[in-house]
Design a binder for this molecule. Structure first.
Ligand SMILES: *Cc1c(COP(=O)(O)O)cnc(C)c1O
Length: 861
C-alpha cells in the first residue's frame, strides 16, 4: 500500500527564508551594500572575531562549562574540559566559515563538490587549533583552568565515518582544499554508527562492537534543521514523449543537513562537509495509523531512519545489500538537490551549470548522481534530453580506486525496478544510444558491446556502476601512475578505445602534512621548523628538500634520532598501558597497519615472522646475541563478513602469544596485534616506525596512503613494486627503499601456473614449506583452525605468497643489515626520505584536480 504525495516538491529543498549565508546582501544605487536588518552598530557590537587572547579564551571556556554544559569547577573532568574547549573553538570555526561562505556567494566562483560515502576524519580539536594557529594560546588557557592539553585532546572520540584509505583520502582532500583556498564542499552521510569497534577475544578472534560516536553529542557539527530535501523511493515511473518521465508514489524520506566546518591551515578559508541524516518524511503513516495499525505505522518511520544508521564496514569489497543502494541514492539525491538550489540562487541559465559546478565521484558509490541529474534536468527543469546529457557530461568526473573484480559495484536490475524505477528507464535510454554509438565505431564486435553495456546480462541482469560512471564523466582518473595505467589497459580498455586516451588521467593520492606530521609528530615538526627557519614547509612541502643540507650533520643526526626515540617511547607507553606488555624502544620497530585483506598480505608478514622465530630458536645463545632485536606491530580491521581476513588476525594474535612468552627469543623478537586501528592510533604508530611494510601482490594496491604517512615521518619503506610505492621510490631514491617481489606483468602468468602447472611449495620455497608445517604442527593452536588459510597458500596461492616469500626474506635481511651495520647511514636514509616527500602532499593532489579536472580557482577570503 502506498499513498500519493505532491510530486512537484519532491527532490526539491524545502527551506525557510534565510538572512545570513546563501543570499546576497542588497546593494544600493552607489553599489554599497545595505545593512539588511536593524541597527548596524548594535549588530556589529555583538559580532566576534577569532583573534582571542588567553583571558578571552578562558572566559569563553568557563562560559561553556557554566551555561552550555551546566557544570562547575567542582565537577568538571577531562571530558567536560574537552567539550567546553571544543565549543569555544567551534565558535572561531563558525565565524570563519560564515565569512568564507558569504564570500563564495558574493563572488559566485565555479565550485567543486566532492561526493564521498566515507570521510574518515579522526579527531578534530587538535587539527582545528593548529590550523587556526591557536594551539599555544588554548594550551595556556586550558592549563590555567587546571587541565593538561594532551589529556583534553585525548578525551575526543574519533569520527570514523569511513573504512580506510578511501575515506581518509576524502578527509585529507577537504583539509587541502580549505588550505589552498579552493571553493570545495564535501557531501557525505551522517551515520549514527561509524566504523565498528574491534575487540580481540581470548582465542585471538576479532569481535565487533557498535560505534555510537554521537552519544556524547558532536560539537563539530552544525545542525541545519531548515535545510531539508525530500527523497523518494519506489513508486512508479511513467514515460512521456521525448524521453521525459514522471515518477510518483512510493515512500518519501527526509534528508536533513549537518554541516562540518573544515578550517584551512593559516588562512580564514573554512570549507564545509555537508552530511545528510535520514528522517521519516512523516512521523507516521497516517493511513495505517487510522486503520488501527500502530505498529505498522511506526515500522515505516523506522525503515526511513534506518538509511543513515550505519556505515557498511567493507573495504574494497562489494556486498550488494539493498540498504546500501538506498544510502547511495538518498545521499546523491539530497546532494544534487542542494547543489541545484545553490546554482539557481546565482540566477544563471541552466545551460551554465557546468561552468559553475564540478562534481567529483569518489569511486562508483555516487554514480547514481548521473541519472539523478538527468532526471532533474529532463523531468523537472524541462531540458531537452540531448542538452541535458551535454550538461551532465560536462559536470562529472570519476575517480577509480581499484581494479579488483570483487570490489566493482553491480546492482541487480530487479532492485532498481523496485527502488528507482525512473532511474532504470533513464539508464536504459542512455544505454540504447551508447551501444548504438559503440556498434557504429566497432561494427560486428558483439563481445565488445557486451563488455561495455551498462547492463551485464549474465548472472541475472545487473547494472555496472563503473561503466555508467565512465559514460557520464568527462574525466576518469586512477590514484597512482601504475594504477591509472592498469585502469586504462585492463578494466576500462574498451572505453579507452572508444573515447580516446585524453579522457583518462592520473592524480596520484596525497596526504595532509598538517595532520600527518605537524599534529602527529610534534617533536619532528619542531625540529624541521627550527632547521628550516619557518613553518612555510607545511604549506609547500617541497621545502623539506632544505633538510638535505644536514644529511651528514652530526648534531642534526642526533636531534633526528632523538625525535624518533621519543616517538617510540610514546608508543611503548601506550602499549604498556593498553596491553600490559613492555616493549624495548631501542629495538627496531616494524609496523604494518591497514585494513586486513588477503591482497595486502599481512599473511606474508606473519609467515615471515614465524620464519624469523624458527631461525632464532635454532641459534646458539652467542648467535642470538647478534640478532637485530625487532618489535613487529600489526593493526587493522577485517570486514565482519570476511572470514579469511579474520582468520589471519587470529593467526597473528596466536603467533604473538607464543613468541612473546618464549624465553629463547625474549628481547629479540616481540609480535603484537594492537586492537581497534583508527586515525588516532595511526597518529601514534606512524611516527614511531623504523620500517613499515606495504607488501601487496603487485598490481593490487591502487595507491596506498599510509606508505606516504610513514615515509613523511622518516620511517623507511619495505614494499612491493606496487601503487604509490613506485613513485615514493622515484622521489626518495631506490637505495632508500627496500623493494622485493614479482612485478605486475608477471602476476597473470604466475597465477595461471598455480592453477594449471602447480609446483609444490616444498620445491619453490623450502623456507616457506617449513613455516607452513610449523603452523600445522599445532604450536599456535589446533591445525584444523589454520588449515583453511594454509590451504590458500598451498593450493591456488592467488596472492603469490609462495612466489614472493624468498625475495621477502631477502629484503628483510637487507633491512637488518642496513639498520645494524651503519646507524649513521640509516639516519641519513631517514632524513632523505622525509626531505624528498614533497610530492605526496594532498595540496599538490587537490591543486591538480582543481587545475586539470575541475577548472576552479582559489578564492581569497
Ligand atoms: C591512512 C589510513 C589508511 C590507509 O592505509 P593503507 O595502508 O594505505 O591502506 C587506513 N586507515 C587509517 C586509519 C588511515 O589513517
Amino acid at each position: 500500500m502506498s499513498h500519493e504525495f505532491d510530486t512537484k516538491s519532491l527532490g526539491k529543498p524545502r527551506r525557510h527564508k534565510r538572512t545570513a549565508t546563501g543570499y546576497l546582501p542588497e546593494v544600493d544605487e552607489q553599489g554599497q551594500e545595505k545593512w539588511p536588518k536593524g541597527d548596524e552598530a548594535t549588530w556589529k557590537a555583538g559580532l566576534r572575531g577569532v583573534d582571542s587572547d588567553v583571558p578571552e579564551i578562558t572566559k569563553n571556556i568557563v562560559h561553556h562549562v557554566q551555561t552550555t554544559l551546566a557544570r562547575q569547577a567542582y565537577n568538571i573532568d577531562d571530558m567536560g574540559a574537552y567539550q567546553a574547549t571544543a565549543l569555544a573553538v567551534r565558535e572561531d570555526l563558525i565565524v570563519n566559515w560564515n565569512e568564507t561562505q558569504l564570500t563564495y556567494t558574493k563572488k559566485s566562483p565555479k565550485r567543486a563538490y566532492y561526493l564521498s560515502l566515507e570521510f574518515l576524519m579522526g579527531r578534530t580539536l587538535d587539527n582545528a587549533l593548529l590550523n587556526l594557529g591557536m594551539k599555544d594560546k588554548f594550551s595556556e588557557g586550558v592549563n590555567k583552568l587546571g587541565f593538561n592539553m594532551e589529556d583534553v585532546l585525548h578525551s575526543e572520540r574519533d569520527a570514523a565515518l569511513g573504512n580506510g584509505g578511501l575515506g581518509r583520502l576524502a578527509a585529507c582532500y577537504v583539509d587541502s582544499s580549505a588550505t589552498c583556498e579552493l571553493p570545495v564542499w564535501g557531501y557525505g552521510l551522517r551515520y549514527q554508527y561509524g566504523m565498528f569497534q574491534q575487540l580481540i577475544a581470548p582465542d585471538g578472534s576479532q569481535l565487533e562492537a557498535p560505534d555510537p560516536w554521537l552519544d556524547n553529542s558532536n560539537p563539530w557539527e552544525i545542525p541545519r534543521l531548515d535545510v531539508t530535501v525530500d527523497v523518494r523511493f519506489g513508486g512508479h515511473a511513467e514515460k512521456l514523449e521525448g524521453n521525459r518521465g514522471i515518477w510518483s508514489g512510493g515512500q518519501e524520506v527526509l534528508a536533513i543537513a549537518y554541516d562540518c566546518p573544515i578550517p584551512g591551515s593559516d588562512t580564514k578559508s573554512t570549507n564545509n562537509i555537508r552530511f545528510w541524516s535520514a528522517r521519516p518524511r512523516r512521523g507516521f503513516d497516517l493511513q495505517s495509523f487510522n486503520a488501527g495499525n500502530y505498529e505498522r505505522a511506526v515500522e515505516t518511520s523506522n525503515s526511513a531512519a534506518n538509511i543513515t544508521n550505519v556505515l557498511y564496514p567493507n573495504d574494497n569489497h562489494y556486498a550488494g545489500k539493498t540498504l546500501r543502494l538506498q544510502q547511495q541514492y538518498f545521499w546523491c539525491a539530497a546532494s544534487l538537490s542542494d547543489i541545484m538550489r545553490r546554482f539557481k540562487n546565482t540566477g544563471k541559465d541552466i545551460s551554465e551549470f557546468p561552468n559553475l559546478v564540478a562534481i567529483q565521484l569518489n569511486d562508483t558509490h555516487p554514480t547514481l548522481a548521473i541519472p539523478e541529474l538527468m532526471r532533474i534536468l529532463v523531468d523537472e527543469e524541462d531540458v531537452e534530453w540531448n542538452a541535458a546529457w551535454d550538461i551532465v557530461t560536462r559536470t562529472f568526473s570519476y575517480t577509480n580506486h581499484t581494479v579488483l573484480p570483487e570490489a566493482l559495484e553491480k546492482w541487480p536490475v530487479q532492485i532498481f525496478e523496485q527502488l528507482l524505477p525512473r532511474h532504470l528507464q533513464i539508464i536504459y535510454d542512455l544505454n540504447w544510444t551508447f551501444l548504438q554509438a559503440v556498434a557504429k565505431k566497432f561494427p560486428n564486435d558483439v563481445a565488445k558491446m557486451e563488455r561495455m553495456s551498462l547492463i551485464e546480462e549474465a548472472n541475472g541482469r545487473q547494472i555496472r556502476m563503473a561503466n555508467l560512471a565512465v559514460l557520464g564523466s568527462f574525466k576518469v582518473n586512477g590514484v597512482a601512475e601504475l594504477h591509472s595505467e592498469l585502469v586504462r589497459t585492463t578494466i576500462l580498455k574498451d572505453f579507452v578505445d572508444f573515447y580516446g586516451i585524453s579522457k583518462f588521467a592520473n592524480v596520484t593520492n596525497g596526504i595532509t602534512p598538517r595532520r600527518w606530521l605537524d599534529q602527529c609528530n610534534p617533536s619532528l615538526s619542531a625540529l624541521i621548523t627550527e632547521t628550516l627557519g619557518s613553518r612555510a614547509w607545511l604549506k609547500d612541502l617541497y621545502l623539506l628538500k632544505g633538510l638535505l643540507k644536514y644529511e651528514d650533520d652530526v648534531a642534526f643526526h642526533k636531534k633526528w634520532a632523538a625525535s624518533k626515540a621519543n616517538n617510540k617511547q610514546r608508543l611503548a607507553a601506550y602499549i604498556k598501558s593498553t596491553l600490559g606488555v613492555t616493549v624495548d624502544p631501542r629495538a627496531m620497530f616494524v609496523i604494518q597497519v591497514k585494513r586486513i585483506h588477503e591482497y595486502k598480505r599481512q599473511s606474508l608478514n606473519i609467515l615471515g615472522v614465524i620464519h624469523r622465530y624458527l631461525t632464532i630458536k635454532a641459534m646458539t645463545p652467542e648467535e642470538r646475541a647478534k640478532v637485530n632485536p625487532r618489535v613487529v606491530l600489526f593493526a587493522g580491521k577485517a570486514a565482519p563478513g570476511y572470514w579469511m581476513a579474520k582468520l589471519i588476525i587470529r593467526l597473528i594474535v596466536n603467533v604473538g602469544k607464543v613468541i612473546n612468552s618464549d624465553p629463547d627469543v625474549k628481547g629479540v623478537l616481540t609480535v603484537l596485534f594492537l586492537p581497534d586501528y583508527s586515525v588516532s592510533l595511526a597518529e601514534l604508530l606512524i611516527p614511531a616506525s623504523d620500517i613499515s611494510e606495504h607488501i601487496s601482490t603487485a598490481g593490487t594496491e591502487a595507491s596506498g596512503t599510509s606508505n606516504m604517512k610513514f615515509c613523511l615521518n622518516g620511517g623507511l619503506l619495505l614494499g612491493t613494486v606496487d601503487g604509490a610505492n613506485i613513485e615514493i621510490a622515484e622521489e626518495v631514491g631506490e637505495d632508500n627503499v627496500f623493494f622485493f617481489g614479482h612485478l605486475t606483468p608477471a602476476v597473470e602468468e604466475l597465477r595461471y601456473n598455480h592453477r594449471y602447472n602447480p609446483i609444490p611449495v616444498q620445491e619453490k620455497s623450502p623456507a616457506l614449506a617449513a613455516v607452513l608445517d610449523n603452523v600445522m604442527s599445532g604450536c599456535y593452536g589446533e591445525a584444523s583452525i589454520w588449515e583453511p588459510f594454509i590451504n590458500t597458500v598451498r593450493q591456488g596461492d592467488y596472492y603469490l605468497i609462495s612466489d614472493d616469500f624468498d625475495s621477502y626474506l631477502n629484503a628483510q635481511a637487507m633491512v637488518d643489515e642496513a639498520y645494524t651495520k651503519d646507524p649513521k647511514e640509516w639516519i641519513k636514509k631517514s632524513i632523505n626520505t622525509t626531505a624528498r616527500m614533497g610530492k605526496f602532499s594532498s595540496d599538490r593532489a587537490i591543486m591538480t584536480y582543481a587545475e586539470e579536472i575541475w577548472n576552479i580557482e582559489p578564492v581569497k577570503i
